[in-house]
Design a protein around this ligand. Structure first.
Ligand SMILES: Nc1ncnc2c1ncn2[C@@H]1O[C@H](COP(=O)(O)OP(=O)(O)OP(=O)(O)O)[C@@H](O)[C@H]1O
Length: 349
């Protein structure tokens, strides 16, 4: 990394004393360097240690082990220096209930000691970037979930931080509000080149938007790369076939055909499915293997009735690493939105 990292952690750890005096190792040995200007997603199931990591990096929690610097300052020894340079949007920020959005934003500027003119300039700019124009006169209690998150983000950005931490910015939002919020987050990056470090449960968000994905499980980082490299290195493509044979025979036939087609394939998994057997086999470069595999099955007298090639997802990566699916550990369902969320202009459908 040529420029110094904006976040640097070495062996950062946090243990809590849980119920009955039991020690919970919420974060174990977090070691990483994050380059300025990047968008990093911390992806993991409930209780993986994502929020605890963020709360240590933002100086809200004192580590029980290891060290970290953020914007060049030590989180344990120089917390005020760190806080002056970062924004943090926690899971339950929620602006004051009755205050109007515009007033809330202006008082945030005063809280950070900005002058009136400077605060006004920043508020106007953020209102534009985050599409809050329609909302400034509304009390925050009347906002939808997605609108509230945008106001939270504006509050975090009032002091002009170099680095913004977002703890599950989209959890609980419906798909349209999530897409809308992402449009605004990406606009922030385009406009200010901000460094964003966020946690999420949502595989698709990490996959689509983050340049770097750190998969966290049980307090540890278990994978750290771009989404596409994680998928190609760890999961491989999946070919799903339906073959007219009992499961054992179908497995043997597909295994032999995959080998003959030149695939260093994992062991096929077969399940009886109505007429015939459904066989799934993980291979690298599925598009190259599939034609040969189908020809081999034909030649062996077991032509495939259906064939499907699927690219891996980050869930396949998680499954491969932990033996569990992230999807099974889904967060709470989306909350009902009290106000309709207007899509932003130019939002991707
Ligand atoms: N103050 C605390 N006291 C005791 N245990 C805690 C405390 N805070 C967190 N933990 C435990 O530490 C572990 C990590 O929690 P953390 O909130 O960091 O996970 P998370 O990945 O952010 O989960 P979620 O996605 O649900 O927010 C969990 O087992 C949690 O119960």
């Amino acid at each position: 990394m040529s420029t110094p990292p904006i976040i640097s952690a070495r062996g950062l750890s946090k243990s809590f004393r849980g119920p009955g005096g039991r020690i919970v190792d919420a974060v174990r040995d977090l070691t990483m360097d994050v380059a300025p200007g990047t968008l990093t997603a911390f992806l993991g199931p409930n209780g993986a240690g994502k929020s605890t990591s963020l709360r240590m990096l933002t100086t809200l929690l004192r580590p029980t082990g290891g060290t970290a610097t953020v914007c060049g300052f030590d989180v344990a020894r120089q917390p005020a220096e760190v806080r002056a340079r970062i924004g943090y949007i926690g899971q339950k920020n929620g602006a004051g209930q009755y205050q109007r959005v515009g007033d809330e934003l202006l008082s945030q500027g005063a809280f950070y000691g900005l002058g009136r003119a400077e605060t006004r300039r920043r508020v106007d700019e953020l209102v534009e970037v985050l599409g809050l124009g329609e909302l400034v006169r509304r009390p925050t209690m009347k906002l939808s979930g997605g609108q509230r998150r945008r106001v939270d983000i504006a509050l975090g950005l009032i002091p002009g931080p170099q680095l913004l931490f977002l703890d599950e910015p989209t959890t609980g939002l419906d798909p349209q509000s999530r897409a809308n919020l992402w449009e605004h987050i990406l606009e922030l990056r385009r406009r200010y080149g901000s460094t964003l470090f966020l946690t999420t449960h949502y595989l698709d968000e990490a996959d689509q938007f983050a340049e770097r994905v750190m998969v966290v499980d049980r307090g540890r980082i278990i994978a750290d790369d771009t989404a596409s490299r994680l998928k190609s290195d760890l999961a491989g493509d999946r070919i799903t076939l339906t073959v007219d044979a009992a499961p054992d025979a179908a497995t043997a036939v597909v295994r032999a055909a995959a080998r003959a087609a030149g695939a260093a394939a994992a062991e096929p998994e077969a399940t009886a499915s109505g007429a015939g057997t459904r066989v799934v086999v993980a291979v690298d470069h599925g598009e190259r293997v599939l034609p040969g595999l189908l020809r081999e099955l034909d030649r062996n007298g077991h032509p495939a009735r259906t064939a499907e090639l699927a690219r891996p997802t980050l869930d396949d990566v998680f499954l491969r690493l932990t033996g569990r699916s992230l999807r099974e550990e889904d967060p709470s369902p989306p909350e009902a939105d009290p106000a309709a969320e207007a899509p932003s202009v130019g939002a991707t459908p």
